[in-house]
Design a protein around this ligand. Structure first.
Ligand SMILES: Cc1cc2nc3c(=O)[nH]c(=O)nc-3n(C[C@H](O)[C@H](O)[C@H](O)COP(=O)(O)OP(=O)(O)OC[C@H]3O[C@@H](n4cnc5c(N)ncnc54)[C@H](O)[C@@H]3O)c2cc1C
Length: 440
């Protein structure tokens, strides 16, 4: 029996009820028969849809099974930062562990992932309300400034001209708050994830990928050279398998996956549209996507319709009470960091699951020793670009092309004592909160 590691609330519609992003309004049929296909994909987020699109474009027969509707998971409820990321340890540590060439290849993949999303938006005519030229990282304490300087120097080694912004210049850049300086990294852009997701699903369907919604895969079995996927009312038989369930996956589906991912909640609070007076009163006028330097970081951006999006992680309980407590915490943090908005209403709040690896690196590679079966996951909360890119690389693998994955395809370690791995988050989050200090 597949086993999920959070309470049912995390997998319910309640967790995403106030999400403002549009989901595709097409009606996708459910799998209600015994069907066969060449490649079966489980999961209709950026990873699964990108794999489906690239496979169908290469002429493969592909059926994607989604438990709800495409975009129901993290892909339809994120902050829309299409940015560098995917790991949690940084290029410096990756270079130490894997060497200079592999770190360069990984950097190229991160940059290529952003370019891929950009290409998909223009090729398929998707209006995803893009804005923001790169990202702004903001120091929450003065002692973080040397770290930003070191990061600037590291970026330079990869040919990226990042700019340090001293505290006294932040206001001129329209980035006033309680910050002590910043680093602008000119990579990435912001988008409306619902619109991007809808465009991607439509593009995949237009080139022949079959999408089956409300088709929860309950078991995956291998028999000879085929895979059988059972849903409540149907069965799909395929020669090849791609798993793209990320934080919404379940232990035992299949067995190899057990303990090789750790879902973590991320949350978003949205204000009502701000007036220009309110925006100027706070001095946050930039359209740059931004985040602070805390371990439990806040991420934020002014949306094109002048609402303010404010995201954070750090809650372990998945319940209505847990969600209410996190909402209250984020409301306090917003008021502390952007004091002029202390009384601004925040009518929308939702949460979703991202996923971590034990070694804090993303994964794209085989499902154990199963032949012609792959999984892409664990983007550490940065899967808009990386998930899209990994989906394309999984399509390469299924088409027999070598996608050159020096880091992503390493053997993926299990968390120790997998069944209690969620409990590791309590001390980790407490330690991070103590290190980060109070939110001011
Ligand atoms: C609140 C929040 C904010 C975020 N902000 C950002 C951001 O700004 N930038 C960024 O880069 N990343 C962000 N992320 C992370 C990013 O959204 C994810 O990394 C990315 O969407 C993962 O895509 P995916 O396709 O791999 O997984 P998901 O989008 O989670 O899709 C997995 C899908 O699999 C389906 N599924 C699961 N089990 C089954 C089954 N048995 N049968 C059938 N279907 C199944 C689920 O229903 C789900 O739709 C954020 C995430 C959250 C939750």
């Amino acid at each position: 029996m597949p086993r999920r590691i959070y309470e049912g609330y995390a997998y319910s519609d309640a967790a995403r009820a106030e999400c403002i992003w549009p989901l595709p309004d097409q009606t996708w049929p459910e799998l209600t028969d015994a069907e066969t296909t060449e490649v079966a994909i489980v999961g209709g987020g950026f990873t699964g849809l990108s794999a489906a699109l690239h496979l169908a474009q290469s002429g493969a027969e592909v059926t994607l099974l989604e438990a709800h509707v495409p975009g129901w998971g993290a892909s339809g409820r994120n902050g829309g930062f299409c940015c560098i990321g995917g790991d949690k340890i940084g290029l410096g540590a990756i270079r130490q562990r894997f060497g200079v060439a592999a770190a360069q290849a990984y950097f190229n993949a991160q940059r290529g992932a952003i370019d891929l999303v950009d290409d998909l938006l223009s090729t398929h005519g998707i209006d995803a309300e893009t804005h923001s030229s790169g990202e702004l990282q903001l120091a929450h304490r003065p002692d973080i400034l040397p770290t930003l300087r070191a990061e600037r120097d590291l970026w330079a080694e990869y040919g990226v001209d990042a700019t340090l912004i001293p505290q006294q210049d932040l206001a001129d850049q329209g980035a006033s708050g309680t910050f002590h300086g910043g680093l602008h990294v000119p990579l990435g852009f912001a988008l409306n994830p619902g619109r991007y997701l809808t465009g991607l699903a439509t593009a995949a369907a237009n080139v022949g990928a079959l999408i089956r919604a409300n088709s929860l895969v309950q078991s995956i079995t291998r028999s000879g050279s085929t895979y059988k996927l059972k849903t409540p009312r149907g069965q799909l038989t395929a020669r090849k398998l791609i798993l793209a369930t990320n934080g919404y996956g379940a232990d035992g589906l299949p067995d190899w996956l057990t303990g090789r991912y750790l879902p973590l909640q991320s949350n978003i609070l949205i204000t009502r549209p701000l007036t220009e007076d309110e925006i100027f009163a706070q001095g946050w006028t930039t359209d740059l996507m931004a985040y602070d330097s805390r371990h439990l970081l806040h991420y934020f951006r002014l949306l094109p319709d002048r609402r303010f999006l404010f995201g954070a992680r750090g809650n372990v309980r998945a319940s209505a009470q847990g969600q209410a407590a996190m909402r209250a915490r984020m409301r306090r943090d917003l008021a502390a960091m952007f004091p002029a908005w202390v009384n601004v209403e925040t009518p929308f709040f939702w949460s979703g699951l991202v996923s971590l690896s034990r070694d804090l690196l993303p994964y794209a590679g085989p499902i154990g020793d199963w032949e012609d079966a792959w999984v892409g996951m664990n983007y550490h909360g940065n899967g808009v670009a990386m998930g899209t890119w990994v989906g394309a690389r999984l399509a390469d693998l299924a088409m027999g092309r070598d996608p050159l994955l020096p880091i992503h395809a390493r053997p993926l370690p299990r968390f120790p004592l997998p069944s209690i791995r969620r409990s590791y988050l309590y001390p980790a989050i407490l330690a991070y909160r103590l290190k980060d200090g109070p939110v001011t």
